[in-house]
Design a protein around this ligand. Structure first.
Ligand code: S3P
Length: 204
């Protein structure tokens, strides 16, 4: 690493060249969107670019409960899963310098939306794409060895109805919406970083 040749003014925060700093008033970035939106892959890359921690809410629930998400659905039901999810979200939002990938259904719960809206220095970004694109991405992911089952995707028609009901909720909750339909993970992260340095769009 070539540290000696860099002027102190250029070493603000002593960040390596490929690390970018977010606006000073943001200490948590939250990714929302339907299953297949890319919350986890984009979140991991974004966290690496910022030099922040990455937390996937489903993985966090699994580590807190010792149970896989599909098993929680199967043995306790979705309502119970949502309780675990709200508790995990409250804990996760206690952390700083973190990129947090929500589950697709997290914003359906009012308590979760309030937590997200009322936690200071927190920006929520909606990764948007049309339902067929999201569904296809999920089907592709399901082919990967070790892929996690998504109980709420079992019936395509019900999944689409959920998507239609959730889409306006994601949009209202987020300060920024990014259409990811034709973007790679890297392009989504680049768009997001650019967007964060601009004032958020007015909420509809
Ligand atoms: C769900 C989405 C999943 C997971 C659970 C329920 C949903 O997360 O939380 O299977 O209701 O949309 P991903 O969006 O990360 O797949």
């Amino acid at each position: 690493m070539n540290v000696q040749t860099v002027e102190p003014s250029a070493t603000q925060n002593a960040l390596p060249a490929n690390i970018v700093s977010p606006p000073a008033n943001i200490r948590r970035l939250v990714l929302t969107g339907f299953m297949g939106a890319g919350k986890t892959t984009v979140g991991r890359l974004l966290a690496a670019r910022l030099g922040w921690d990455f937390l996937d809410l489903d993985a966090y629930i699994e580590s807190r409960t010792g149970l896989a998400v599909p098993s929680i659905f199967a043995s306790h039901g979705e309502a119970h899963f949502r309780q675990f999810e709200s508790q995990a979200l409250a804990c996760a939002l206690g952390r700083e310098n973190i990129v947090l990938a929500l589950g697709g259904g997290t914003p359906e719960i009012l308590t979760n939306r309030l937590l997200l809206e009322q936690t200071p220095a927190t920006a929520t970004i909606f990764l948007d794409a049309p339902f067929p694109t999201l569904f296809d991405r999920c089907m592709m992911q399901a082919l990967n060895p070790g892929a996690t089952d998504r109980p709420n995707l079992a019936d395509p028609a019900t999944a689409e109805a959920r998507f239609l009901a959730r889409e306006p909720i994601y949009r209202r909750l987020a300060q920024h919406t990014i259409d990811t339909a034709n973007l790679t993970t890297e392009e989504t992260v680049a768009t997001l970083l650019k967007r964060l340095h601009m004032p958020p769009a007015r909420r509809r």
